[in-house]
Design a protein. Sequence first.
Length: 83
Amino acid sequence: MNSALCLVVIAVCLSPVIGQGIGFYAARATGESMQPALPRDAFLVLERREPEIGDIVHVENHRFNIVHRIVDLQIPGDPLPRG
């Protein structure tokens, strides 16, 4: 168990450095809006790509760190939702 925990910690620490090149990165779910699917402070490994319905996405800026599941997609100019 300790070995697995060490590998996770190393991966999270290195993800900003190597993640840019491989298309994956680590993020932390800081709120409770995704419970029970994701516990508070869960570490996530996410892929950088166009989101699809059902995907978990991460949005971060200087004020927020948000993780949510996509339930619908609305494309500008498209009259109907995709979900």
